[in-house]
Design a protein around this ligand. Sequence first.
Ligand code: NAD
Length: 474
Amino acid sequence: MTQIPPTIPLQALFDAQFNASRAQIDVPLALRRDRLGRLRSLIETHAGALSEAIESDFGVRSRQLTEAADLFVLRAAIGQLQKELPRWMKTRRVATPIYLLPASAHIQRQPLGVVGVIGPWNYPLQLNLGPAATALAAGNRVMLKPSELTPHTSALMASLVQQSFAAEEFSVVLGGADVAQAFSALPFDHLFFTGSTSVGRLVAAAAAANLTPTTLELGGKSPCVVDASCDLNDAAIKIAHGKLLNAGQTCIAPDYVLLPRGQEAAFEQAYTAAVAKLFPTLAGNPDYAAIVSDRHHARLVALLDEANEKGARVVDVAPPALGSSAPTRQMNPTLVFNPAPDLRLMKEELFGPILPVLPYDTIDETIAFINARPRPLALYWFGADTSARDRLLGSTVSGGVTVNDTLMHVAHEGLPFGGVGESGWGSYHGESGFLRFTQQKPVLVQSRWAMGKLFYPPYGAAFDRVMGLLRRWL
Ligand code: NAD
């Protein structure tokens, strides 16, 4: 049974972190590495217990999925932080423009202070401890509020963090929406939120009251464009993998497919075969995760009911489908062909194993369709025709892209990860994450030989001569 740490009142915890951050502005490399080391050994030592906690939160979810999508990704991120930290922390010299010579200039990279992290439930280790690790690497104090929908995992994280960190260094705060609301009203130096677009709006508004800068990692409907030049069987298994990983409860899962008209039957066959290959059975198969809560399950069922009622063609994808009386919240993968745009499943982020398929006639049509909607978190393109690919990528804006696969851009620590527009703002992973939690302080060191006084009033002929000279130089 997880020991839940005694609760320190939110404001007192914030004050302790705030005071500690102001008492030690310069956080040396050794201390940052020590914090990352503690986090890493916490994860290594308790990987089994953390996986079990996730499994009991979901009801059905394999340890291998947690190993790949939570623990592996987290280890890779912390490993990169440990390796690159000395380089990323370094002061950057900046060349001085001619009109400021012989002054010198540099950029000093400093911690921001106290960073708040609010996280979701779908990959509870990666998406809570990942941003926390990056903020710690950048020398900050961190308060983390994980999701109430993964109570076992969140409580275990809180307990383990408390055993390895002082409260003013790194703390986990437990609670639901009321706690989250009070949390997001604290005057953090930065607030990092991962979750839905609707809650993201509330978080941004709460943070704005304190002029707290935010990073919003939100959701949305990520399109997957299948080009006529693509190998449909290869695309189908990659789309099925991206869609059905964690039963569709992945922020960058392909939300819907845009398919060349006339290929519907071939795609249905290829997708069905792909699902059967990935999941030879569904009921009780831990590789096929359950939907996280009854509320989320009911929402997805309602989306399908509406699609059925309004005449869309809904296909239950083999293998032996789960009946509606399945003892777990596992939900059948479905394809929905040609849904009307006013269906809820074409307006809301799906976050489940439902895949709408919309036929198109021209690339222009796909570009117009995507651009008429909020900018997506991810976009996928499948095909061999590179000019069609470049046209689509050059004509649409999305948080990130994977070509000829799904999800994979998130796993590349050298690529900034984040949304744009309604799918969020600000990116992290790698150095872009480090910089998200860093003040890049510009410093100009004036020289005693500086010419600045030439620009002082009273303005006269000397000033005009200098400006004339500069105009010719620049
Ligand atoms: P959610 O928005 O319901 O909850 C996220 C967190 O916000 C939770 O910790 C919750 O307690 C907290 N919260 C709830 N009400 C709040 C309030 N009023 N003020 C402040 N915080 C509040 O999201 P979720 O259901 O946990 O996660 C699913 C959503 O997250 C999907 O939309 C998905 O696309 C998105 N997501 C995005 C990313 C990404 O990296 N962009 C990753 C994972 C999930």
